[in-house]
Design a protein around this ligand. Structure first.
Ligand code: HEM
Length: 477
């Protein structure tokens, strides 16, 4: 009946529109800094998400509006220490995760990463945390595996001398089976999964047609691996599986498989991408002095433990500051009743987040010249505490990265093995935009999906002699 009467239909639409505008204008978020459009609609934000550009778009807003910015009618981004502490640290593990993390359920099960509330998370973390403690990572079982894979990586580097090496594909070598890892790493399901998140009903209806244009996430080889691995009994003592199979925890096999797949994905993309962006950066002529100094430290201390090398540590920290493998917002719900965050009252149910990319750049008192790659900043005593507190590459609080120590060990061992033997240069075939950051669902990767480097062996006898890389250099614009 309503549809048959255009006047009535028009009047209803007008009333609904007025109500919508009124609700937006009366929103408690109206007093927060941010573009006016964000008070009424999230379409601009969604547009950038679909174009793999959310992180940079939000960073642009922070540069314009400061450390607190409204990015959608119900969403606020923070880039300050106060924001980080309140959202991720209050009450131990911070605010609860939003339904965004539903996209990371596996086989229909929630893993530690995709649990939403504190209780579920704490229960799962009790099972798994012990395996990732630094004391366990430093035990020989885990380290032997990392060293062995790093050796294989270096062997491949040696074979590539005279040609180029694609670091983006190459870092997959850090992990066991290449084909499996390719499936997990070269995932291209951003658009498909965003539609699933924003409109599950629509996704249910058009899912099969949509998959022709926007690929869904599929990892059949990895699925087979984790399903068969978790069916085995008596795994090695230091493994995650041995812990999950402990009868005290009563975990179903499907939950163990989901957890294993999740940790594989969490560990591969992140560590691989972080290394890829970092090695690309220090291969640029403007950063050759970093390579030289690093090589100097590595060769002067061949017997030192990988975590006792200050310059290596500074290079890794600066790499993760400039190119955090998870640069984007980690969304959380403000608890019922609302909270004051960084001086602004934010009502309960609002989505709030920080993104490492901005937390590492906005406060120039903590990170002066934030766009400059400068490992030396990590060696200065002044401001050390503030730098560490604003360092958000692994997030913080009780839901921060459980794999942090493992990731740092992998990165440092590999960098030591490579840079004590080789100098690296960018390959001339790389185009300017190839290494731009392309947002995926949670991690980021090079837009060109390649990172071509040339490796130049550095003769073992010359010890601290400086390699004149300009001899090998090619023009790179
Ligand atoms: C450079 C490498 C890495 C970076 C930058 C990184 C970063 C992060 C960040 C930012 C989070 C918080 C995500 C959120 O709140 O939504 C996180 C969580 C997590 N990471 Fe990592 N990660 C890295 C490597 C690893 C590795 C090697 C593993 C394990 C093999 C791992 C396993 C996890 C898990 C299981 C969580 C969920 C923790 C929880 O909810 O309690 N990560 N990581």
């Amino acid at each position: 009946m309503l549809l048959l009467n255009p006047l009535l239909l028009g009047a209803t639409c007008l009333v609904l529109a007025i109500l919508y505008v009124y609700r937006c204008v009366a929103s408690p978020l109206r007093s927060l800094p941010g573009p006016k459009t964000s008070l009424f609609s999230s379409w601009i934000l969604k547009y950038h998400e679909l174009h793999a550009n959310r992180t940079r778009y939000i960073h642009g807003l922070h540069q314009r509006y400061g450390p607190v910015v409204r990015i959608a009618p119900n969403e606020v981004s923070f880039a300050s220490l106060e924001g980080v502490k309140e959202i991720y640290g209050s009450g131990g593990s911070g605010y609860d995760k939003t339904e965004f993390y539903n996209l990371f359920t596996i086989y229909g099960r929630r893993t530690m990463f995709s649990t939403l509330n504190k209780e579920d998370h704490a229960r799962r973390k009790r099972v798994l945390a012990d395996r990732y403690a630094n004391t366990n990572i430093l035990k020989s079982g885990s380290l032997d595996g990392i060293r062995e894979r790093s050796r294989r990586f270096v062997k491949r580097c040696s074979k590539s001398v005279g040609g180029t090496v694609d670091l983006f594909a190459f870092t997959i070598m850090l992990l066991t089976d290449e084909e499996i890892m390719k499936q997990v790493t070269f995932d291209d399901s951003l658009q498909n999964r965003l539609i699933q998140y924003y409109n599950p009903t629509l996704h249910g209806i058009i899912g099969s047609v949509l998959s022709l244009f926007a690929k869904p996430r599929e990892t059949p080889l990895a699925d087979d691996l984790v399903i068969s691995a978790t069916a085995k009994t008596s795994p090695e003592q230091f493994t995650l599986l041995s812990r999950m199979q402990d009868k005290n925890y009563d975990m179903a096999q499907i939950d163990m498989a989901a957890e294993c797949l999740d940790h594989m994905a969490a560990g591969i993309d992140t560590t691989g991408d972080a290394l890829c962006f970092l090695m690309w950066e220090i291969s640029q002529p403007g950063s050759w002095h970093v390579q030289r100094r690093l090589r100097d430290e590595l060769r002067k201390n061949p017997e030192a433990n990988f975590d006792k090398l200050p310059y290596l540590d500074a290079v890794v920290s600066e790499g993760l500051r400039c190119f955090p493998a998870i640069p984007m917002s980690l969304p959380r719900y403000v608890p019922a009743g609302g909270r004051t965050i960084d001086g602004y009252f934010v009502p309960g149910g609002t989505i709030v987040s920080c993104q490492a990319y901005s937390a590492h750049r906005i406060d120039e008192a903590v990170f002066p010249q934030p766009e400059t790659f400068n490992p030396d900043r990590w060696l200065q005593e002044a401001g050390e505490l503030d730098r560490k507190r604003l360092f958000f590459a692994f997030a913080s609080g009780g839901r921060g990265c459980i794999g942090k120590h493992l990731a740092l060990a992998e990165m440092k061992i590999l960098l030591r093995d490579v840079y004590s033997r080789f100098a690296t240069l960018p390959d001339s075939s790389m185009a300017a935009g190839d290494m731009e950051m392309s947002d995926q669902l949670i991690s980021s990767q090079p837009r060109g999906k390649k990172c071509l480097l040339r490796l130049v062996p550095v003769d073992g006898d010359e010890t601290l002699e400086i390699v004149d890389m300009s001899e090998h250099a090619v023009r790179y614009d």
